[in-house]
Design a protein around this ligand. Sequence first.
Ligand code: APR
Length: 259
Amino acid sequence: MQQQIERVALAIALAKRVLVITGAGLSADSGLPTYRGLGGLYNGHTAEGLSIEAALSGPMLQRDPALCWKYLAELGRACLGARANAGHLAIAELQQLKPQCWLLTQNIDGYHRAAGSPPERLIEIHGELAPLFCQSCGAEDAELAEHLERPLPPRCRQCGGILRPPVVLFEEMLPEAAIASLYAELGKGFDLVLSVGTSASFPYIIEPVLRTREGGGLTVEINPGRTDLSDEVDVRLQGRALDVLPELLSHISAQGNCK
Ligand code: APR
């Protein structure tokens, strides 16, 4: 593994354009549940006998907002109760070192912003948990934590409408601006892509890796387990993001030439 880390560190130091893709596995080291695999949220069913995908879906928020908000609140409490870890900080440091290092995250916990990743090079493809907004009048409401202490679903102070977070629920469309930004950057090509802590369950996560490989860039996966990408990437760093990312950054900084 050490040799592979040094190989990847050198490739990152020499790369101009880098894409880091992150998933729930990165925040697993902060204590948040992942969605699939061991202990994953999706492995079980809710108390109502629903799949979590059904409970956390756009149609459910309309049909039974109290039920949907029961599970949104669980996610919200988990995110508010934990914080960014050394893996998030290492990615933020990499983005400071490399002006053309972009970050595509599926995570809604907001930890990349908290860790200092530049928002202008952060693509939150599944949105974020805050600030809430009113589905009726559009008013913004930044008090997620306070609403989680009150009866659910949270109501708009202006019009009494039901509030929701700016996340992509199941059966909802991805944010157009995020998609446009992703494909604009993909069009410029990447010299290297790092897939960190994701099961690569979606085409818009797999495609950037395959396009980087087709363009002659280096493809790297950081994950203790195997995924659909594991046999596609050039280098598999089989370990936890919390352990591998800081180690990788310590080698890159040692390389010096990072422009
Ligand atoms: N470090 C790195 N990877 C880890 C760690 C860790 N400490 N712990 C677990 N993993 C890996 C698992 O092996 C798995 O491959 O993280 C991955 C988590 O996969 P998922 O739970 O499927 O999470 P993710 O890929 O982010 O899911 C994508 O699915 O339902 C949607 O909106 C949800 O954003 C989520 C999306």
